[in-house]
Write a protein that binds this ligand. Structure first.
Ligand SMILES: Nc1nc2c(ncn2[C@@H]2O[C@H](COP(=O)(O)OP(=O)(O)OP(=O)(O)O)[C@@H](O)[C@H]2O)c(=O)[nH]1
Length: 856
């Protein structure tokens, strides 16, 4: 039987019956062998001590006495002698225990009340003795109490040695009842006493003054003398109120009065509130008011003590008690708001300081020759209330500094491809082989992955850090990591392959110099990918201006390193990429196995892979030139993260697309148009003074409210800011039928609803000349110039993990942006609200464009 079953089957009633003694018998109280031995020895000793008198007591009586006195033969003898051998006459009845008087129950409380049974009997309190109540009473002579307790000396302490309970005195006034008058005073107490004395003096002076005023001006104010009470007010109460008024015209807190002064009752109430209702109660004018004053409760007496000596009977009216510590409130501190608070003091000092500034500025203006008195006005305008000091700039020649440094190249690459192509595993393995991640970590990941049945994902966990990504086995957001080779400092941007997370892939691609397109060589998987995200990602890369692609044909171990499979895939992908607009000289193919690490850092040792003699993946990465940096162009940086850091409540990060920046620079955040300052900045977690195009930097901003800064916004040069537009003209290559229609406009993680409002012209694909003006429709593969207008309401931020539904679908792209002209209309500035995105002609700077249109 299980433990649970045992509990279920347990017969509580039966057991409780037994416990309560329904079947109680003497046999149940058998003595232990040790008790028996002690009892036998004790009995012998008692009989010996009693001598001839031992015949007057039974063995049972001896045993009972021994039991009671814990086998102390002497005490048992004394007891037996007094009880049975020479008993005192006429003793109150005694009772026999239910168990035959053999057990200590005789003197103990069977209900656990802690009451000594014999003691209770002595007081004649039958309610404590259930034995008597249950009919077990027995008339037996009992020893006197004194005698009975003779061996308990603590009950017979002489009076002079007894502890006296001394009643605590009334609170003397020290905080928490601490001494205020006796003993040596602390400095604090002395200060408090001095203040109190001073305050009392002042108070008495005030009283004198008031009494003089009352006598000299008999015209009472409405608040000082209540009008006739309304009917609702009882006459007794009215009398009491008026008597209070008469009794003490104390200072009035006008704040409380003004609120309620609209009707008579309110006036009364306001008048009451103004009174410190404590002390005047003790001297009611009318003796009938005694009836209204309740006697203090016991609790009040305990808390506050008696206002007079308790020994003398106290007239009721004098039994009114002050609230604790109220009498220590002096006129100087009776009103806690009568003096400025510490905050008020600080504010006053600040306003004084700013007044000084103001005065100085006004003075300056006044001294200007025109003397038209505009100085003060202008001074107020220019007055800066945000007193955060502006960060100081070192005014460095950043480009010159950058060129002086012999730093490694910086390159970012995005890893894209169909879902489960093996992108994260490939990067995890690369980092392991490069020594960026150690074997122990991988072992740990392997163990953890095994525990959730995903052991094959252990390497992917190096980049997939989120628990959701790990449990689902898919990448959700861009994961970044860094590694260095001899020549270059690389930033990995591992993109999600799942179509639901396309916005995150776009965000990653927008920061990349080049891409690794991972293709799954497994039979069927490559074909599925080509219809899916292998194709889509390639198109997006092209749209983002990424021109260099390394195609990693992965999982070749699953096809026994078949060279034919490799060639077949290479051919198909080359054809597709060239059709998409990539130049094949910028595309390379590497056969790899991410899981086993073949051809990543080291050439494959598998004999089946010996046919490949080309570069490893890392060699291909090193040979890839990052995009040309637009160092001397105006500053442009898309914000990829906004967060709070220990250095600043507003920290942003992103890749500098163009230009340069340094600590202390003023920036403009678009589209909010708000100015900010660079407090400090970091590169690779190290504080630096400056940053240039191509670097991923962390910037701590100051002097701007965080509400003006969002992910996807652009940081730009304050003198050459980016223009915000809502209508723009672009040249597009149509992948689908194109006509005046609703579209989604995407830029990085931002997107906005838009509309093709006009098709200006059909263009020649090669020469770009106009073939037809204002065509109604453009067929797939046609090139056209169109005008797009964005709506002002649908711009939104694509949160990490946002699904395609939230962003609109990417069913097809309207153009290849490589050779586009971009004709933004700066006259139509985006000033409607923050929901309007803006478009920038970035491709003119770096030959890359971030705008994607998708049909709605
Ligand atoms: N046999 C074999 N399996 C591999 C190889 N590379 C990856 N895999 C397996 O492919 C599965 C998916 O790997 P991931 O690295 O998560 O794929 P991914 O492309 O990053 O997935 P998403 O980012 O979610 O699109 C895992 O079970 C890996 O173990 C390889 O070279 N050989």
């Amino acid at each position: 039987m299980s433990r649970h079953q045992a509990y279920r089957n347990y017969d509580y009633e039966n057991d409780l019956d037994e416990y309560e003694g329904a079947g109680y018998s003497e046999d149940d109280d058998e003595l232990s062998p040790e008790d028996r031995a002690q009892m036998a020895t004790g009995t012998t000793q008692v009989r010996a001590a009693l001598g001839t008198d031992s015949s007057k007591v039974t063995t049972q009586q001896i045993e009972e006495a021994l039991w009671h006195y814990y086998y102390d033969a002497n005490k048992a003898v004394a007891y037996l002698a007094s009880k049975y051998i020479s008993p005192k006459p006429a003793k109150p009845s005694t009772q026999k225990d239910k168990s035959g008087g053999r057990y200590p129950k005789f003197h103990t409380d069977p209900f656990g009340t802690g009451v000594n049974m014999q003691h209770a009997e002595a007081f004649g309190s039958k309610q404590y003795n259930p034995i008597i109540a249950s009919g077990y009473s027995e008339h037996k002579p009992r020893p006197s109490l004194k005698k009975f307790f003779h061996d308990m000396p603590w009950l017979d302490i002489p009076n002079e040695r007894r502890t006296l309970f001394i009643e605590p005195p009334c609170p003397p006034g020290g905080l928490l009842g601490g001494s205020a008058s006796s003993g040596k005073m602390s400095k604090l107490q002395a200060l408090a006493a001095a203040r109190k004395k001073k305050a009392e003096e002042q108070k008495s002076e005030n009283r004198k003054l008031e009494s003089q005023m009352t006598t000299s001006s008999p015209i009472p104010t409405a608040l000082e003398t209540p009008k006739e009470p309304t009917k609702r007010t009882s006459s007794a109460l009215a009398e009491r109120l008026s008597s209070r008024q008469d009794a003490k015209p104390l200072p009035i807190h006008t704040k409380t009065q003004t609120h309620l002064a609209s009707d008579t009752t309110a006036e009364h109430l306001s008048t009451v509130t103004k009174q410190p209702y404590i002390s005047d109660l003790s001297t009611p004018k009318d003796p009938s008011l005694d009836a209204l004053i309740a006697a203090p409760s016991t609790l009040a007496l305990t808390l506050f003590g008696s206002s007079t000596s308790r020994s003398a009977p106290v007239p009721r009216k004098q039994q009114c008690y002050e609230l604790p510590y109220m009498r220590f409130l002096t006129s100087s501190n009776a009103d806690p708001f009568s003096e400025p608070s510490p905050d008020d003091v600080v504010l006053a000092a600040q306003s004084k300081a700013s007044n000084k500034k103001l005065a100085a500025s006004a003075h300056k203006k006044k001294s200007v020759p025109n003397g038209k008195g505009e100085g003060l006005e202008d001074g107020i305008k220019t007055l800066r209330f945000d007193d955060t000091p502006l960060p100081k700039s070192k005014n460095l020649d950043v480009v010159g500094e950058f060129e002086k440094t012999k730093k490694k190249k910086n390159a970012s690459f995005v890893v894209v491809g169909h879902v489960d192509a093996g992108k994260s595993t490939l990067m995890g393995r690369l980092l392991l082989d490069l020594g960026v991640v150690d074997q122990r970590t991988i072992q740990k990941y392997r163990k953890e992955a095994e525990s959730i049945g995903k052991s094959s994902f252990a390497l992917a966990w190096v980049l997939d850090q989120r628990s959701e990504e790990r449990s689902r086995g898919v990448t959700i957001d861009i994961a970044t990591n860094k590694f260095d080779t001899d020549s270059t400092s690389f930033t990995i941007l591992d993109a999600p392959g799942h179509r639901d997370f396309i916005p995150n892939m776009i965000a990653g691609a927008s920061q990349a110099d080049f891409a690794i397109l991972v293709v799954d060589a497994t039979t069927g998987a490559f074909e599925a990918g080509l219809k899916g995200q292998t194709r889509e990602h390639s198109l997006l890369l092209r749209s983002m201006g990424v021109s260099r692609i390394i195609v990693a044909i992965n999982k070749l171990d699953t096809v026994s390193w078949s060279q034919e499979r490799f060639d077949e895939i290479s051919q198909q992908v080359s054809g597709f990429l060239s059709a998409t607009g990539f130049q094949l000289k910028n595309v390379s193919f590497v056969p790899v196995s991410g899981l086993r690490g073949d051809n990543l850092v080291n050439t494959s040792s598998d004999p089946a892979a010996s046919w490949y003699t080309g570069n490893t993946l890392i060699a291909e990465l090193e040979s890839s030139e990052p995009m040309a940096r637009a160092l001397t162009k105006p500053l442009r940086m898309t914000i990829s993260e906004v967060f709070r850091s220990p250095q600043s409540p507003l920290t942003i990060s992103g890749r500098i697309d163009a230009g340069s920046l340094q600590a202390g620079d003023a920036l403009l955040v678009q589209p909010s148009g708000e100015k900010a300052y660079i407090k400090s900045l970091e590169l690779d977690s190290e504080p630096v003074d400056w940053g240039v195009a191509g670097q991923n930097v962390v910037i701590h901003l100051s002097n701007i409210d965080p509400i003006h800064v969002r992910v996807g916004d652009i940081i730009c040069d304050i003198k050459q800011p980016i223009a915000c537009v809502d209508t723009f003209t672009i040249k597009v290559l149509a992948f689908d039928i194109l006509m005046p229609m609703q579209v989604d406009v995407h830029r990085g993680r931002l997107h906005a609803a838009g509309q093709i409002v006009e098709i200006s012209a059909l263009l020649d694909k090669v020469k770009g000349t106009v073939l037809k003006k204002k065509p109604k429709i453009i067929k797939p593969a046609g090139v056209a110039r169109i005008v797009v207008r964005m709506s002002n309401s649908s711009m939104s931020l694509a949160k990490p993990g946002a699904t395609a539904g939230e962003l609109g679908t990417f069913k097809g792209y309207l153009r290849d942006l490589q050779s586009l002209e971009f004709e933004a209309e700066p006259s139509k500035h985006c000033i409607l609200d923050r929901n309007i995105t803006f478009v920038e002609a970035r491709f003119k700077v770096e030959d890359s464009v971030e705008i994607i249109l998708s049909p709605r």
